[in-house]
Design a protein around this ligand. Structure first.
Ligand code: ZN
Length: 241
């Protein structure tokens, strides 16, 4: 089975459409949360994911969009964008977000937004944080997002992991070692490459293929300006940080 894994789309419909156009043949689409927040087209992104029959999990921005207390931890720009998101999203979008679970398991994969032990909030930013999370999932592999940086943490020896950061398009056989795998962000990459990032999984044998896709960043920025979203969020898209 081939599965496209999309994370942190953040209401960036132009980026999502570029990714969809690049998918080729896949059997399923999974998403790892933060479908909304920051970006200008939350309803459009949810509509696309509904059309694709995407299966996914809830991120901290999705929880905040539903009125959750998570907004209290946002920085001022993220909070302003979230207040705008809350007033903009349709009832259909709200219901769809509300139905997202915090995790799901399918075959060899567990899917979460942040980390398996703290699915909404924890950032898996290092091999040591990844190691602390090995006990929090039972499958060989865990898919996670939240940091907006493509990376895989693989177990080298009992409880010891190393970090491998794919640059650009990269393919990796996951092999027998347990691993935490991050596809990077579709809608707001933060690894210095502004192109949308996602991955395609092959399940037999387990292989991860990271892909980068250029999209019309200026179109998303124009929509953000029109919506009155914070300038910092507009500017960061073109540098990918
Ligand atoms: Zn995010």
């Amino acid at each position: 089975m081939r599965v496209a894994v999309l994370s942190d789309i953040h209401a960036n419909l132009v980026a999502l459409d570029a990714v969809i156009a690049s998918l080729g043949s896949v059997d399923a689409v999974w998403h790892l949360g933060d479908v909304v927040g920051y970006g200008p087209e939350p309803d459009g992104v949810v509509e696309r994911l509904r059309q694709l029959g995407a299966r996914g999990v809830r991120g901290n921005h999705d929880a905040a969009a539903l009125g959750g207390p998570e907004i209290a931890y946002f920085n001022p720009d993220a909070r302003r964008a979230m207040e705008w998101t809350r007033t903009t999203i349709s009832a259909v979008t709200r219901d769809w977000l509300a139905a997202l679970p915090e995790r799901f398991t399918d075959g060899a994969f567990t899917a979460v937004h942040g980390s398996p032990r703290e699915p909404i909030w924890e950032y898996v930013t290092s091999a040591s944080v990844a190691a602390e999370n090995l006990a929090a999932f039972e499958t060989p592999y865990c898919l996670h997002g939240h940091t907006h940086v493509p990376v895989v943490f693989r177990e080298r020896a009992e409880g010891r992991l190393d970090a491998l950061r794919p640059e650009g398009d990269a393919r990796l056989e996951l092999g027998p070692a347990r691993a935490l795998v991050n596809p990077g962000s579709v809608g707001q990459p933060r690894d210095g490459d502004p192109r949308a990032s996602y991955l395609v999984l092959d399940t037999e044998p387990a292989t991860a293929e990271w892909r980068r896709v250029a999209y019309r960043i200026a179109d998303t920025q124009a929509a953000m300006r029109e919506a009155g979203l914070p300038h910092f969020l507009v500017a960061r898209l073109e540098v990918g940080v």
